[in-house]
Design a protein around this ligand. Structure first.
Ligand code: C2O
Ligand code: CU
Ligand code: CU
Length: 497
């Protein structure tokens, strides 16, 4: 079968090319409003909405600490979880839970995490958003074999931010994350503390994933041959696997009781392929329910008020919601305006009459975000994310091959990277965050503010970012964070020097 994409060649950043590119895909069902991928229906009986209390993943305690470093142990293990009431789901977990335990670091204090692999296949751990030397960054061939272990060292020389860790093995990241290999890693610093944002049990990480379940409750994923775990996803799911159950922190459509107070909600889209448009319902009478204070790379310079937020796989949005704006007894649903059927709902917040003495606030100035000076940019590089000529997904026409690098940026230089797409691709860059400079030749979009490490590039889109790599020389990756695209080779090395 001939796929129109591959012959189209380079899609420029002009409006005409963008329009043309979009027309070329109209027949492929890829331009449904905002959603790539194919839904895999569940076979298990599914629970109703808002019946289960929201779980918050446990915080992992260090096994020891010294003047510079906190040491952690994580055992990667199979665990039977009760995700759907009354059924067992065999999961691959970090430490027996899904999500894995949350690691909490202080900026500048090193975290040394020893991962022991008791799973039936090799794994790789990547700290997404981490400013990490190559040897600990989770290169897809740096496998931890079953029954073996590896020490990952994270210097944490980076600002406060919501990071997450997940599997990154070559060609099998989609099924491994789907089965449960994902957790939060939060970084705090003094500048953030001084702001008095909502904290403690009013600072809640929310990992949103979609999943499908087999009749017996097991995770359902369309492998080529489920008895041979070596094999990847079936070709007809190459646009992405979409589940029909929305989990937040591993629970289907959960509910959370909230006081009439401000909460900091750290949204992470850890889904393989699904995008969400998150919106509260009802909205407070004067709108603007979601006050964004941070993005992938930590706090924004100033808060941005949204009615809805689009979140692509890999992205984080750190938001403050003031539930005092709702009457006691209100059930505030978190909707997904890009969903269909059951996936139009995510979770709910039940507003109690309890009042709390609040000292939390959202200051008008949150942090200083130094704009990367484009006039000093040394290089512009273009990366085309598109379907391959023959099979799978490519960057600049090349399917991923470990060890073949597409760029050699110099440490300390400011560069402009242009990402150009055929269909939807959330583009992620390792090692350092970037700043979105333009989208389809216009200014950045409403969700592009601050330091980003993943940017949602829409169909036939072009996004330019300014990036500056620092500190660590070595081989790192850029890739599409649609995990089926990633597994089907939409990844490339770049080597910093
Ligand atoms: Cu979250 Cu290279 O990935
Ligand atoms: Cu990453
Ligand atoms: Cu992609």
């Amino acid at each position: 079968m001939t796929r129109g994409v591959s012959r189209r060649g380079f899609l420029g950043l002009t409006g005409a090319a963008v329009a043309l590119g979009a027309a070329g895909f109209a027949g492929r069902d890829l331009l449904r409003p905002g959603q790539p991928g194919l839904v895999l229906p569940s076979q298990a009986p599914l629970p109703g909405r808002f019946e289960i209390q929201l779980p918050v993943p446990p915080v992992l305690r260090p096994t020891s600490s010294d003047g510079t470093t906190d040491y952690y142990d994580v055992v990667q293990q199979v665990a039977d979880l009760e995700i759907l009431p009354g059924l067992r789901t065999e999961a691959w977990t970090y430490g027996g839970s899904f999500p894995g335990p949350t690691i909490v670091s202080r900026s500048g204090r090193r975290a040394a995490v020893r991962h022991r692999n008791e799973l039936p296949r090799p794994t790789v751990v990547h700290l997404h958003g981490g400013h990490t030397p190559a040897e600990s960054d989770g290169y897809p061939m740096d496998l931890v074999m079953p029954a073996d272990r590896r020490d990952y060292t994270y210097p944490m020389e980076q600002r406060a931010a919501t990071l997450w860790y997940h599997d990154h093995q070559h060609g099998f990241t989609g099924p491994a994350v789907w089965r449960g290999l994902a957790g939060f890693h939060l970084v705090h610093d003094d500048a953030e503390d001084a702001l008095h944002l909502p904290a403690g049990d009013r600072d809640i990480p929310l990992m949103i994933t979609d999943r499908s379940f087999a009749a017996d409750g097991g995770f359902h994923y369309p492998l080529v041959d489920p008895s041979m775990a070596e094999h990847g996803v079936q070709d007809r799911y190459m646009d992405g696997v979409l589940g029909d159950v929305v989990l937040v922190n591993g629970a289907p459509w959960p509910a959370l009781d909230v006081a009439r107070a401000r909460y900091r909600l750290r949204f992470l889209n850890a889904s393989n392929a699904r995008r969400y448009r998150l919106e509260l319902d009802p909205q407070p009478s004067d709108g603007g329910a979601l006050v964004q204070v941070g993005s992938d790379g930590g706090l924004l310079a100033r808060p941005i008020t949204h009615d809805a937020i689009d979140v692509a796989p890999g992205e984080r949005f750190d938001v403050v919601v003031d539930f005092a704006r709702f009457a006691p007894g209100t059930r505030v649903r978190l909707l997904n305006r890009l969903g269909e059927g059951r996936t139009t709902e995510v979770m709910c917040f039940d507003v109690s009459s309890a009042r709390v003495d609040e000292d939390a606030q959202v200051p008008e100035r949150l942090s200083s975000v130094e704009p990367l000076d484009l006039s000093r940019a040394t290089t512009t590089r273009t990366f085309r994310f598109q379907l391959g000529e023959h099979h799978g997904w490519t960057i600049n026409g090349e399917p991923y091959r470990p060890g073949r690098s597409l760029a050699r940026p110099r440490l300390g230089d400011i560069e402009v990277w242009r990402f150009i797409t055929d269909v939807h691709h959330p583009v992620h860059v390792h090692l350092d965050p970037f700043q979105v400079v333009s989208r389809n030749n216009r200014g950045p979009g409403p969700y592009d503010a601050g330091w980003k490490d993943t940017v949602d590039v829409r169909p036939a889109g072009g996004v330019e970012v300014a990036v500056r790599f620092t500190d660590y020389a070595g081989a790192f990756m850029l890739h599409c964070h649609n995990l089926e695209h990633e597994d089907m080779a939409m990844m490339a090395d770049f080597v910093t020097e």
